[in-house]
Design a protein around this ligand. Structure first.
Ligand code: HEC
Length: 174
């Protein structure tokens, strides 16, 4: 019958060695999982000339980064600061004209979420862009007034134009 001290030592050694074996197993496992994921889905490398899909997604992400903080202010979740809000609005307006040149004829490839209708109905797609570009410009004018009622209405129009285009021209991942 081993003394309590020796028993305790054995137990803790076992725990430590178990931990190590878990770690030594887990690290390579994590590594291989990452490598496996990188070769499919979102981390897929855009090998197309000029990387139009990667570039337009980047612009959309930047648009969202300026659009969302304004939404928090408009919904009363963040305090309204006139200059800061105007900065977001101007940034969004600047970005509003930028993604469209990356919808080139040869840029309908995986993992795009753009529906084929983007390429089938270019006039309608263009119209949806114009509506959004105009609404973004209007929001800058609204933001200059500092009047939250005006701003809220203008922001609503921008939101509608994003959603209308997504309904028509953006689908699920493929
Ligand atoms: C004229 C059409 C149109 C308008 C307007 C528009 N979008 Fe999009 N958006 C698209 C399309 C098409 C895609 C899919 C792009 C792709 O995957 O190839 C997209 C994708 C996105 C994405 C995903 C990007 C990614 O990483 O996959 C975000 C975020 C986004 N839009 C935000 C917005 C916001 C915010 C607005 C308004 C402020 C907006 N969009 C206005 C057409 C539009």
């Amino acid at each position: 019958m081993p003394s309590f001290k020796i028993w305790l030592k054995r137990i803790s050694n076992k725990v430590i060695s178990d931990k190590f074996s878990i770690f030594s197993l887990r690290l390579p496992l994590m590594f291989f999982t990452c490598v496996a994921l990188a070769s499919c889905g979102h981390a897929e490398k855009d090998t197309h000339a000029g990387q139009p899909l990667t570039k337009r997604k980047l612009v959309f992400k930047q648009m969202l980064r300026n659009f969302e903080p304004m939404g928090l202010v408009v919904r009363g979740r963040k305090p309204y600061e006139k200059d800061r809000f105007l900065q977001y609005a101007v940034a969004l307006q600047t970005l509003s004209t930028q993604p469209w040149k990356y919808f080139t004829a040869d840029s309908n490839y995986s993992p795009t979420r753009a529906k084929p209708v983007v390429w089938q109905k270019p006039a309608e797609f263009k119209q949806a862009q114009q509506t959004f570009i105009a609404a973004s410009a209007q929001l800058v004018e609204g933001a200059k007034t500092g009047n939250m009622d005006v701003i809220r209405a203008d922001y609503g129009k921008v939101t509608d134009s994003c959603l209308a285009c997504h309904r028509e021209f953006r689908g699920g991942p493929r």
